[in-house]
Design a protein around this ligand. Structure first.
Ligand SMILES: [Zn+2]
Length: 91
């Protein structure tokens, strides 16, 4: 079997990779979708699975399964691209 080494492209962790808009190639700036639902300012979160009434209207939230959503906005056309990643949690 002819195994070739898998080339892993190293991400430069020290430099912030400039994101380009997939629609117009404009510059993307990082932000987040703010949630005012509970009278406080929260970062919207991604939750796995379909929404359930008992979940959305109850007081219990499976906080350990929430993934904060970061949204990148194109400064040219306004296109939004969202990512649900733990590293996008409030610092
Ligand atoms: Zn754009």
């Amino acid at each position: 079997m002819n195994c070739r080494n898998i080339v892993v492209q190293e991400m430069n962790s020290t430099a912030v990779e400039p994101m380009r808009c997939p629609k117009c190639d404009g510059a993307m700036e990082q932000g987040f979708v703010m949630d005012f639902t509970h009278g406080s300012r929260l970062v919207s979160s991604w939750v796995p699975g379909p929404p359930m009434k008992s979940f959305w209207f109850g007081t219990q939230m499976p906080a350990e399964r929430l993934v904060p959503i970061g949204a990148f906005r194109c400064t040219r056309c306004g296109f939004l691209e969202s990512y649900a990643r733990d590293d996008l949690a409030p610092q």
